[in-house]
Write a protein that binds this ligand. Structure first.
Ligand code: TTP
Ligand code: MG
Ligand code: MG
Length: 402
């Protein structure tokens, strides 16, 4: 067997939020457990030391299932299902509230544990990452008669490292690219390892439903099915010209390549933030004229906080935007792109003034936020003159409502 140019892994934690809760309540292991309750649904320990749990059948409200244990999935309860609908399927399932702080903590822990084995990691959210294994020592070695022995050993090492650091299990797909690995990590969930080469595409990938490809969403998926295309293999068998006719040039070609398992995207090890923002909700709704001084002061503080965030992260930004929410939940945003990147509170406040001028204030305000985007590293920004000298904008005093 010829080794591929790259070995890329996709790792996804198993029933992540639910599994973190089971670390706290190990007595619930193996039970149907659903995450998605309110704080009042938290388990209570009784005087005799036993625990009392909320059950799905007692739930009323409009909440949805955030995730569920595999035992609950066996009963037909999945993420995004209404809790009351889930209760019809699994009335005895235990309901727990979400605790995002601990999910974030375990997210950091599992990523650090992977980095000890393989450091080239792309963060894809709270419970998943891509890992470039191409340069991990031993990954291309055969073990006995198994030409994939090396890559499987690295996968086991990563899983062991995650398990030791967190007590949690994960599933890993390893293939020559991100597109295939994302599919492969689901093939043997939970606690699985799936290694696929390009030779495995026809038997393992082509029978799958088109929606298994990350990038075929509900709309494209429905259209494909309407056209009689149900599996990835059906896409692979369609002519590129026909796909382009149906889906346009760029998406049509992408579908063709995806169905043949082609994807050259690199593993991107650090992502830059798109924008940084600060916002605040008021204790009472504020009036643009009567509360003008207070609003001005709150906006000054938001700009100062944002400037501190920028300084800490060493960014400057060219686009400053505001978000205002009025009574009745009407939200308005405005932004202003400047001639040069800014980072100081005064420059941000000045741009905010320009944005505010374009808003009609006929209702009371409930929330105010400020955002800076189009970010550049601070070093690059310093090379240019201060924004206010360059921009041909009138002075701020004449402009802003507050
Ligand atoms: P997933 O990885 O999609 O699901 P999972 O980890 O719970 O289960 P699996 O074993 O199939 O990977 O999502 C990770 C976490 O993100 C999940 O534990 C809860 C959260 N989540 C939501 O909040 N809403 C959703 O609709 C989904 C799908 C997940
Ligand atoms: Mg998961
Ligand atoms: Mg996930």
């Amino acid at each position: 067997m010829q080794q591929p140019d790259r070995w890329i892994a996709h790792l996804d934690m198993d029933a992540f939020y639910a599994s973190v809760e089971l670390l706290r309540y190990p007595q619930l292991r193996g039970e149907a457990v659903v995450i998605g309750g309110r704080r009042a649904d938290a388990p209570r320990q009784l005087q005799d030391g036993s625990w009392r749990y909320a059950r799905l059948r007692d739930y009323t409200g409009r909440g949805v299932v955030t995730t569920s244990t595999y035992a609950a999935r066996d009963l037909g309860v999945f993420s995004a299902m209404g809790l009351m609908k889930a209760a019809l399927r699994a009335p005895d399932a235990i309901l727990l509230p979400a605790d995002f702080d601990s999910y974030r903590k375990y997210s950091r822990l599992f990523k650090a544990a992977v980095a000890e084995v393989a450091p080239v990691i792309e963060d894809r959210g709270i419970d998943e990452i891509y890992i470039d294994l191409t340069d991990v020592p031993g990954v291309r070695d055969a073990v006995g008669h198994d030409p994939l022995g090396g890559v499987k050993a690295v996968a086991r090492e990563i899983k062991n490292s995650v398990g030791r650091a967190t007590g949690l299990s994960c599933s890993i797909g390893i293939t020559p690219n991100k597109l295939l690995s994302k599919i492969a990590s689901e093939l043997d969930k939970p606690d699985g390892i799936s290694v696929l080469t390009l030779d495995d595409i026809p038997p393992r990938i082509w029978p799958l439903a088109v929606r298994k490809i990350n990038g075929i969403g509900p709309k494209a998926g429905e259209k494909l099915v309407r056209l009689g295309i149900e599996t990835v293999g059906d896409i692979a068998a369609a002519s590129p010209a026909w796909l382009v006719e149906q889906f346009g040039d760029s998406y049509g070609h992408w579908l063709h390549n995806a169905a043949h398992g082609r994807d050259s995207r690199p593993v991107v090890t650090h992502s830059e933030p798109v924008s940084i923002s600060r916002e605040t909700t008021f204790e009472r709704d504020l009036h643009a004229v009567h509360d003008r001084a207070l609003l001005g002061q709150i906006m000054d503080e938001l700009c100062e906080s944002l400037a501190r965030d920028l300084a800490r992260k060493r960014y400057a930004g060219k686009t400053v935007g505001i978000k205002l929410r009025f009574e009745g939940f009407v939200t308005v945003t405005r932004d202003q792109t400047l001639k040069a990147a800014v980072a100081s509170a005064a420059d941000i406040r000045h741009a905010v003034g320009l944005c505010l001028k374009r808003v009609k204030f006929d209702k009371r305000l409930r929330l105010m936020g400020v955002r800076i985007g189009n970010l550049v590293h601070a070093g690059e920004a310093q090379a240019t003159a201060p924004a206010r000298e360059r921009a041909d904008e009138p002075e701020r005093e004449n402009l802003s409502l507050f």
